[in-house]
Design a protein around this ligand. Structure first.
Ligand SMILES: *Cc1c(COP(=O)(O)O)cnc(C)c1O
Length: 402
């Protein structure tokens, strides 16, 4: 029997919100012999990536690079700055914020969770009010997720900084940018963030395997007093070795080749252009979802994520069944609903190495999948996305035909 698409020719569409599609340039850059990580050639690479990655975090401060997934960098941020029993104020934006909070519990911290509905971002005023009530400064850190990957909601980190300052509170500000760095405008220095956590496999377009802590001088000072046990994650030794372009242990050399190339790509395009591209693709995706008559999970338009869109399934339809239809028929992976959103939403990743036609392929696959899976929707979403992209191009004179 002949089955349509029984052999997946062409490229797989990896449209989950991380890991993202790794560009050929990055793949080629990593396809290179591993070198002596104590030798002079490595030293040049180490110095280059440590300098370049600061530009991506928009910081003049050191960035620590770990051979670990993003979860490791979460742990590093906590164990370097805090002591057993310390109170930390965290905000429930969704699955990832909840996991970070669970980790704080496991590490013996005392996290206080501001409850959220998984459809909105961080309410900076609620953080400000809680800090203002903390006159004895028991709260040692405020932890927020910049782009909540489980919901497609982005939070205003600058507003959180202003709320901390307005309360005149000394708490450190720790921010997870694992799915926003390199996709959504993020400013470690301007926004006065003390530790920015990130990972390689989302906006940075790399395979999974390395992660980051961008640190402030205040965070480094806190790390000298922090009493949670730390060995592998300790910043001090790493920062010492990094001064000469090295690591105290074997770094993920080939991923660092990739990082060097990915930073070149982002900086060649220019960060403002990278951010505008993601905004444009996100707007076209929302135009498409709205035309289908489906609901976007994020309820505040000011907080729509430029990196991904979570779409609510109509009642009585399973998002996972739908995703299976899309994978089997169109060789495309869409993001699943996580924990309490399991089966209820699917997530379209539109971040990383991505252009207008990748988006059109993605949305066409979703629209065909909706029809095949019998999910009630109106046709014409893809057309609405095309119009959105065309209007964006028309408003940019450089892109119009001469
Ligand atoms: C992906 C992700 C994580 C987890 O990172 P891992 O690399 O899987 O450990 C944490 N936070 C956010 C916001 C993420 O998107």
């Amino acid at each position: 029997m002949i089955r349509l698409n029984s052999h997946p020719s062409g490229r797989h569409f990896l449209q989950i919100p991380g890991p993202t599609n790794v560009p050929d340039r990055v793949l080629r850059a990593m396809d290179y012999p591993t070198i002596d990580h104590r030798g002079p050639e490595f030293q040049q690479l180490g110095k280059k990536v440590l300098a370049d990655i600061r530009k991506v975090f928009q910081t003049e401060q050191p960035v620590v690079i770990y051979p670990a997934s993003g979860t490791g960098a979460w742990e590093a941020a906590l164990v370097n700055t805090l002591s057993p029993g310390d109170k930390v104020l965290m905000y429930e934006t969704g699955h990832f914020a909840s996991l970070w909070k669970k980790m704080a519990d496991k590490l013996g911290l005392n996290p206080e969770f501001i409850v959220g509905d998984w459809r909105h971002g961080v309410d900076a005023a609620a953080i400000g009010a809680r800090l203002a009530a903390d006159s004895s400064h028991e709260i040692k850190a405020v932890c927020v997720v910049h782009n909540e990957t489980s919901t497609g909601v982005t939070s205003d980190v600058a507003a959180v900084r202003r709320a901390i300052d307005a309360a005149n509170h000394p708490a450190l500000l720790l921010v997870d940018t694992i799915s926003s760095l390199g996709s959504v405008d993020y400013r470690h220095d301007d926004w006065g963030v003390d530790v920015t956590v990130s990972g390689s496999q989302k906006g940075l377009m790399l395979p999974p395997g390395i992660s980051f802590n961008a640190v402030s001088q205040k965070a480094i000072a806190a790390s000298a007093q922090a009493k949670l046990p730390k060995a592998f994650w300790g910043w001090e030794e790493i920062l010492e070795s990094n001064r000469n372009g090295f690591w105290p242990y074997t770094p993920a050399t080939n991923l660092l080749y990739g990082l060097s190339e990915a930073c070149d790509m982002l900086l060649e395009e220019g960060l403002p252009n990278v951010f505008a591209r993601h905004q444009r693709h996100a707007a076209a995706t929302r135009a498409c979802v709205t035309a289908w008559g489906l609901e976007i999970l994020c309820q505040n338009p000011a907080e729509y994520s430029p990196a991904l869109t979570a779409v609510v399934m109509p009642d009585g339809h399973s998002a996972d069944t739908f995703r299976k239809v899309v994978l089997e028929n169109f060789n495309m992976s869409l993001g699943q609903g996580l924990s309490k959103l399991s089966g209820k939403v699917f997530r379209i990743g539109h971040l990383g190495d991505f252009n207008d036609l990748t988006l059109m392929g993605t949305l066409a696959g979703v629209e065909m999948g909706l029809a095949l899976a019998g999910v009630p929707h109106r046709a014409g979403g893809v057309l609405a996305a095309m119009e959105s992209l065309r209007n964006a191009a028309a408003s940019q004179p450089a892109l119009r035909a001469a």
